[in-house]
Each structure stands twice: as C-alpha cells, then as structure tokens.
Design a protein around this ligand. Structure first.
Ligand code: PMV
Length: 330
C-alpha cells in the first residue's frame, strides 16, 4: 500500500548551528523558524523487498555517501525505535535541492509523516518531530505550520529535543518571505560538515554564537507574539550574520556568499535606510531570504527584479503543517 505526505520547507529566523551529539542530531542551541507556504516536498513510501530511494526522478545509489549519510542513517535510527519494514521511497521537491533552501527539512518531515501512517505508529507531533530529526536537524521544525521553536533539550537521549509551536499559520497573515535564488547548483559544503568544522576550529563559536543564540530565540518569539516586525527582522538578520561570521572564521573558511548575495544584502540595508523595511537571512548556501510585510512586497519585488544575478524569486507566506495526501508518486 502506498502512503504519501507533503511537508513545507522552513526558514530559521534564529538558526541552529552546531551539534552537541552528531549521531542523535542534537543541537547546541535552540532555533526558531517559519514554515514557507510554497516550498514543498512530496514523498511516497511503500513496503518493498529492500530499501530504495528516488529523488526528483533520479534513482539514488544506495552505496553513495549521500544515501548512506542521510537515508540509510535515518532508517537505521528509526528502526532502533519503531518497526519499519524495507521501504521504497519516492520524493520530489518543487524547489532546488541541497542548495541552502531547506530541502532536507521538508523531505524528512514528509518522510516521517508518511512512515507514521504506513507503519501505523500513531506518533504525536512531538514524536514526529523527533523522528524527522533523525534525518536532519532542521526537519524537526517542518512538522508544524506557522512559527516554531526546535527546543534544544538537555537529555542525552534527545527525548526533550523537539518542536514547540509559537504561533499558528494564520497568526500573521501579512508576513512574507521572498527567497532569492542566486545559484541552483548543489552546495559545495553541506551544513553537516560545516557545523562539525565550526565546532572544531572556530575561535569565536562560543563568544559570538553560543553566548547569544538562545537569547535570539527568546527575542524573536516575543517579537512574533507582539507582531513587532522591526525587532524580529533586526534580530533575525543579526543572527544570520553571526552564524556566517563563525563559518568564515573556521579553518579553512566556509564562505557561502557569492556576488549576488553581496549585491542583494547590501541593497536590502540601503533600501531599509531609505524607508523600505525588510531584512535578510541566509543559510548554508548562497540563496538570500528576505523577510518583509505584505505592504512592501510589490516594491521589493520590483526593485529585486532590476538587480543582476537573481535566477528566480519565490514569494511565500506562512506555511502549513506536514500532512497526508492521497496523491501518490510513482
Ligand atoms: O538541518 P541541517 O543539517 O540542514 O542544518 C540546517 C542549518 C541551517 O540551515 C544553516 C540553519 C537552520 O537552523 O536551518
């Protein structure tokens, strides 16, 4: 029997950067994200003789490093806790994969929701977010819609490291995120390796990142609940810059910024100084995500379209929770 699920990507306004346990994927700090309405992973699972994985129409080699590190490792962890038979997994993203756009977050959240139904596990939201976390940290936050915290937790078994909802999808209807795609190629340095290198070699990880990361989550949570857009934007932009500062100061340096990234981010600051309020954030890739309110969307779109380098713009609002669908992939 086929079971299919859909999950939205999410973008962190206060980032997760660094693992305290790489095997269980437990973070050093809490993070807070917003679900993105139009960036979606669609995943179908069905019991089969052996595990296999088809991503965006391409059969993945089970011996490949990516398959082993992500799919095989996720399934092994899931099977330590739940009874999951060999599975055929088919997944499709409607946006570029592995380019710093949270494709793994949406993909693993959809996979967890599909497995929950296919294997009759009856998991609640918290358990689903822990199962997704076995695939990728940011997937913890793609189980629910709206604004969500991935609470870092303290227990060594990770049972308190899961999603907590801050505000539902319809809480802030004017909230918009513009994803500017500047380069669709796969990232040169995966976030997993980037985090490990940062923890190992970055001299400012504690002082510039860990000392303020949880405080940023609290500030942004308050800003959401008060609908204080300026406080949210300012804190989110600084949070992203602090994370990139730790990346740039590892040995060797990790630099996700390209020419387009520099042009867009400096324009955002300039436009803001002249009254057009928006803020930027970036993950482990060169795409720039712009946070704004509906009232400024069309002017921003117009100005961004006049810039060089941008391959594509995705305009999104606050997205919904991961869910089962009757539409199956084959
Ligand atoms: O979950 P991962 O391994 O894809 O790491 C995500 C890391 C960032 O995107 C840079 C930050 C975040 O919180 O999403």
């Amino acid at each position: 029997m086929k079971v299919s699920a859909i999950a939205n990507a999410n973008i962190a306004l206060a980032k997760y950067w660094g693992k305290r346990d790489a095997n269980l994927i437990l973070p050093c700090n809490s993070s807070l994200s917003v679900a993105l309405s139009d960036l979606i992973a669609h995943t179908t699972v069905m019991p089969d003789k052996k595990d296999s994985f088809n991503l965006n129409g391409e059969e993945q080699n089970p011996a490949s490093k990516a398959y082993q590190e992500y799919i095989a490792s996720f399934l092994a962890k899931a099977r330590r806790v739940y009874s999951v038979p060999p599975l055929r997994i088919i997944s499709q993203n409607n946006f570029p994969t592995a380019a710093g756009l949270a494709s793994s977050a949406a993909g693993f959240a959809a996979l967890a929701v599909a497995i929950n139904t296919a294997c009759k596990l009856s998991l609640d939201t918290k358990e689903l977010s822990i199962l997704s976390r076995f695939g990728s940290g940011s997937a913890t936050r793609s189980i629910l819609g709206g604004f969500n915290i991935w609470q870092k937790g303290e227990k060594i078994d990770g049972s308190d490291s899961h999603i907590v909802n801050v505000a539902k999808q319809d809480f802030w209807p004017e909230f918009r995120i513009i994803a500017c795609i500047t380069d669709t190629s796969k990232k040169a340095f995966a976030s997993r390796a980037g985090m490990a290198q940062t923890i190992k070699t970055c001299p400012i990880y504690e002082s510039a990142w860990l000392s303020t990361a949880d405080q940023d989550v609290d500030t942004i949570q308050k800003a959401i609940l008060d609908k204080d857009f300026s406080l949210l934007g300012k804190t989110a932009e600084q949070n992203a810059l602090k994370m990139h500062a730790t990346m740039l100061s590892t040995t060797p340096p990790i630099n996700y910024w390209n020419e387009a990234t520099k042009e867009i981010t400096s324009n955002i600051v300039e436009w803001r100084e002249s009254g057009l309020e928006s803020y930027f954030t970036m993950d482990a890739g060169p795409q720039v995500k712009i946070i704004c309110l509906e009232e400024n969307l069309s002017l921003l779109e117009q100005k961004l379209s006049a810039l060089n380098y941008i391959e594509r713009l995705y305009i999104t609002s606050v997205g919904s929770a991961a869910r089962i669908t009757e539409e199956h992939l084959s």
